[in-house]
Design a protein around this ligand. Structure first.
Ligand code: C2E
Ligand code: MG
Ligand code: MG
Ligand code: MG
Length: 285
């Protein structure tokens, strides 16, 4: 272990990380250690209902406080790499366990859901469903309090098996949502018959809403599509307070974004959601 740690320190020194290959090797060694030592932490971002001004759920977002540099490494910097390796399995398992344990520790957990991001590779793991059933049982969280966020890319490589998995998850009572909706290279055919709880409309449609009429048209059409299919619509990337009322008026069931609360440690996220609920009364005609 000491040798491995030493090696990863050396490789992580910027002067040694000139080439992508070096950086890759360095990352691989560091990740191995991060997984073994569970160096990750979870932040949570509230999802709120704009009409009732209540907290409806929390999305778990992974961070990696790097043991050598001390920097909090963001998921965009390591999740895409982990997804190319088998480490994505223990990492997702850790996130799932931690998120469910955190939810179970909350007095308000009976009314809240927790969302975990699931990679395409996880969905193809035939042990995923039993692993989730186990984690629910161990933590005592009811299945419908767990939401799994999948992206459209999860349907690409083995659409048949992906469907079977989603059906099995729904049977378990777990909710499945489509993350980054509208940005994947996917057809809408999966919406015809899959048990999807919610679509999360990507921030690229939400952020320019007030300035770009076409974004507003897409954001509005997405809610209508979701509702017509009996699904909820969630807006991601609600970065400015001025977006809240228009999104509420469009019928969005839940909003998520910096204007409401940034991802933060569990209790900070809860406090931020409470502050928001108290300080931003909405007036909807
Ligand atoms: P995502 O699941 O779509 O998560 C939303 C991302 O948007 C988060 O970035 C969040 O911090 C950010 N965000 C939220 N509100 C706003 C806003 O108002 N403005 C802007 N500009 N951004 C906002 P984060 O935490 O860096 O995560 C990035 C992506 O990494 C996630 O996108 C997800 O795809 C992936 N990810 C995060 N945690 C996990 C995990 O535990 N497992 C897996 N497999 N992927 C994860
Ligand atoms: Mg997500
Ligand atoms: Mg997203
Ligand atoms: Mg994303």
């Amino acid at each position: 272990l000491a040798r491995e740690r030493g090696r990863s320190v050396v490789l992580h020194t910027p002067s040694h990380a000139h080439t992508p290959q070096h950086r890759d090797l360095s990352l691989r060694a560091d990740i191995r250690q991060a997984v073994a030592q569970q160096q990750f932490v979870l932040h949570y971002q509230p999802k709120v209902c704009p009409r009732l001004r209540t907290l409806v759920g929390l999305e778990a977002l992974i961070r990696w406080p790097h043991p050598v540099t001390g920097r909090e490494v963001q998921p965009a910097e390591f999740i895409p790499f982990i997804e190319t390796t088998a480490y994505i399995h223990p990492v997702t398992q850790w996130v799932l366990n931690q998120a469910l344990a955190d939810l179970a520790s909350l007095p308000e957990h009976l009314a809240l859901s927790v969302a975990v991001n699931i990679s395409a590779k996880n969905l193809l793991d035939e042990r995923l469903v039993p692993k989730i059933a186990d984690a629910l049982e161990r933590t005592g969280v009811s299945a419908h309090r767990l939401e799994l966020e999948l992206t459209e890319s999860s349907f690409l490589s083995s659409p048949r098996f992906a469907r079977e998995q989603i059906e099995a998850l729904a049977e378990l009572g777990v909710r499945v949502s489509i993350d980054d909706f509208g940005t994947g290279f996917s057809s809408l055919s999966y919406l015809q018959d899959l048990p999807v709880h919610a679509i999360k409309v990507d921030q690229i449609f939400v952020r320019p809403l007030l300035d770009t009429p076409r974004s507003a048209t897409i954001a509005r059409a997405a809610v209508e599509l979701a509702h017509a299919l009996g699904m909820q619509a969630v807006a991601e990337g609600v970065e400015r307070a001025e977006l809240i009322e228009p999104l509420a008026a469009m019928g969005y069931d839940a909003l998520q974004g910096f204007a409401i609360a940034r991802p933060a440690a569990l209790h900070d996220a809860l406090a931020a959601a409470r502050d928001w609920a108290q300080t931003s009364p909405l007036r909807i005609a």
